[in-house]
Design a protein around this ligand. Structure first.
Ligand SMILES: [Zn+2]
Length: 342
């Protein structure tokens, strides 16, 4: 039975007629303005009526922004090392992302503060079940947070476990290697191997740690207009470089961890070095340029293997947004070449 039908049946068991369900569903769809599927609308109606057991059937592709009581299961593909940050009140916070996947897609489970201890217990291939979690629109798509819910490690009794593909299948690279000349606006999961041919600027902004949107500072607190609440700010670094692979040239944007990785500097190290130039009387642009010139000219001519998406910006043209940055693994490169020849 389709999930939509299952939900429909459950609503009928709650005493709603077909017409009532149809009306309620239409009302939800109108409220959200076309962003919701019928199945999504029924899920919300069911959860409003306290029907929770049905959520056993959620799959990663079913997740939409702003859901609560999310019951989802997925296999761990990897996680980021817990990272500390400072809240506006001076207290320390920590955050880590665990990437989980099922047969329908991938998502990140974001762990906050004490929750990051979970990373000490999990390994690639484990199954995680999140009960009563919530969803949020993140920079890279819908993400899950535990909220008031909980996580079970390697549960035994969930019917969805059997359908989750093994790690070897889930971890297979979904990216397609492309020459820069073939890149087009809207391309996703592209992989490019190129030489760093130009260093553009570096910049920083204060972001919401949950949604990565810019925060505003008012009445002595940081406020996220997107999450509509007071948040702890996180400083984000963006570095841009021009890449050349002999077929073409493209501007690439390295965001946050990717910028730290390629520059081999933490965001605050870079931030304070740029600030030193500001203190010496440089204007913002010259300070950023001076920092790059003094510390990062060595990147020119280096080779990178990156994957990501291509967008178009009216000021800078086509931009490659780096999602993943990998050390060039010569052995793997050889295999890729051999596969190409076979
Ligand atoms: Zn936010």
């Amino acid at each position: 039975m389709e999930r939509k039908e299952v939900l429909w049946e459950q609503l009928k068991k709650k005493g709603l007629s077909d017409t009532e369900i149809e009306e309620k569903m239409q009302q939800k769809l109108d409220e959200v303005g076309g962003l919701l599927t019928e199945e999504g609308a029924l899920t919300i109606i069911a959860s409003e009526l306290g029907i929770t057991e049905e959520q056993e059937y959620l799959r990663i592709a079913d997740l939409t922004d702003g859901m609560s009581n999310v019951n989802i299961i997925g296999r761990v593909l990897g996680y980021t090392e817990p990272r500390e940050f400072e809240r506006s009140d001076g207290s320390k916070g920590a955050v880590s992302n665990v990437i989980i996947a099922d047969k329908t897609g991938k998502t990140a489970l974001t762990l906050w503060d004490h929750e990051v201890r979970l990373t000490e217990q999990i390994k690639r291939g484990d199954i995680l079940k999140i009960i009563d979690g919530i969803t949020r629109q993140g920079r890279r798509g819908i993400q899950i947070q535990i909220g008031r819910g909980k996580v079970l490690l390697n549960p035994k009794d969930d019917p969805r476990i059997e359908e989750i593909p093994p790690l070897s299948e889930l971890a297979r690279r979904p990216t397609e290697r492309k020459p820069i000349a073939d890149l087009q606006e809207g391309d996703k999961f592209c992989e490019v191997r190129a030489t760093i041919a130009k260093l553009y600027n570096i910049r920083f902004y204060e972001a919401c740690p949950e949604c990565y949107k810019r925060v505003i500072f008012k009445n002595n607190v940081f406020y996220c207009p997107n999450c509509k609440k007071k948040v702890d700010r996180k400083r984000i670094m963006i570095f841009e470089a021009g890449l050349d692979d002999c077929t073409g040239f493209i501007r690439a944007s390295f965001f946050d961890r990717k910028a730290e990785y390629i520059l081999q500097k933490t965001t605050s190290e870079a931030y304070y070095k740029v600030k030193d130039y500001l203190n010496k009387g440089y204007d913002v642009r010259s300070a950023q340029r001076q920092y790059i010139t003094e510390y990062h000219m060595g990147l020119l001519g280096g080779e990178v293997l990156i994957s990501g998406d291509v967008t178009y910006n009216e000021y800078t043209g086509l931009t490659f947004n780096v999602r993943e940055l990998r050390e060039l693994d010569i052995l793997e490169e050889c295999y890729t070449l051999l596969e190409g020849l076979a």
